[in-house]
Design a protein around this ligand. Structure first.
Ligand SMILES: [Zn+2]
Length: 307
């Protein structure tokens, strides 16, 4: 685990500006229903995570809880849906932790996912800003949360898949073939998209006008404001990009693969991610200065998704 040095002085955060590939730390330890006991299922999920790792580069500062600065990760357990808190949570630089598992979601829901919430007890404003912003935006909490948010950061989150659905687990997601069942790869891509802030981030919500998403990258890709579904957390059902129904609309049909489209990636750019084809990994350098007293507590809303 990377260590961060903290000096007690006036507040300023300096981070390296070169972007690194993001890394998913996939945690199967909260999967008591053994949805992921089959290695093929893990392989497909990891292929979906690998897609984003290959396309998204950014600089995420590490979160290192220590002494009077404690970051507590909050999320819904993937195997039970019960609220969980991990006190003194740490996550490495450029890394997102995702807890995955299965449970019966009922109805027509295939998966639910999203970024987690947090509780924070910090004696240092720098620690608080760092942990919440992870160096995104201008390095402050206000740039990634609330009405002025223009970027997004998270420690990670949780994703749960329905144990009752008829899934198709593809042992080679690079080839397209006929199949029956609901494509697990497509749904995994969709739920990871939510963990990355699609439909959830304040930087997403702040660009919604009259039921449409108005992010500049998305408008450029789509040719204008993009109509959203009623919950304002997906593209309108049936929205297409590049001749394919988007992955980030709310539904998927049996026997259909939906890869992530250009419009889906444009939304991730609008939320604040650096999306590129060939990310260049560069070790980040970080200095933190700051001293103050604050105590924050928050739990992000989690969206239920029929993917
Ligand atoms: Zn969704």
């Amino acid at each position: 685990m990377e260590k961060i040095k903290i000096w007690v002085a006036a507040g300023l955060i300096v981070g390296s500006s070169n972007a690194n590939a993001i890394i998913f730390n996939i945690d199967y330890s909260l999967d008591s229903n053994n949805f992921f006991s089959d290695q093929v299922r893990r392989d497909v999920f990891e292929a979906a995570a690998g897609f984003y790792e290959s396309r998204i580069s950014d600089n995420l500062l590490a979160i290192n809880s220590s002494g009077s600065n404690q970051f507590n990760a909050k999320f819904f357990r993937p195997d039970t849906g019960v609220s969980e808190t991990l006190n003194g949570f740490d996550v490495a630089a450029d890394t997102l932790t995702v807890f995955v598992g299965g449970r019966s979601l009922g109805g027509s829901t295939l998966g639910v996912g999203g970024s987690g919430g947090y509780g924070l007890s910090a004696s240092s404003t720098a620690f608080a800003d760092n942990a919440v912003s992870r160096g995104q935006g201008d390095g402050t909490q206000a740039s990634v949360e609330g009405p002025g948010a223009f970027d997004f950061a998270t420690w990670g989150g949780a994703i749960s898949f329905d144990t009752q659905s008829n899934w198709y687990f593809d042992d080679n997601v690079n080839t397209d073939e006929n199949f029956s069942g609901f494509d697990f790869f497509s749904v995994a891509l969709h739920e990871i998209g939510h963990l990355l802030g699609f439909g959830i981030a304040d930087s997403w919500n702040n660009q919604i006008i009259a039921g449409t998403f108005t992010g500049s990258e998305s408008e450029a890709s789509f040719g204008g404001p993009v109509a959203l579904n009623g919950g304002l957390d997906h593209w309108a059902d049936g929205t297409s990009s590049g001749g394919q129904e988007t992955n980030f609309d709310p539904t998927i049909s049996n026997g259909v693969r939906k890869r992530v489209t250009d419009l889906d990636l444009a939304a991730l750019r609008d939320i604040g991610w650096q999306v590129s084809v060939t990310p260049v990994p560069v070790p980040g350098a970080v200095w933190l200065f700051g001293s103050a007293l604050l105590c924050l507590l928050k739990m992000s809303r989690r969206r239920n998704i029929s993917a």
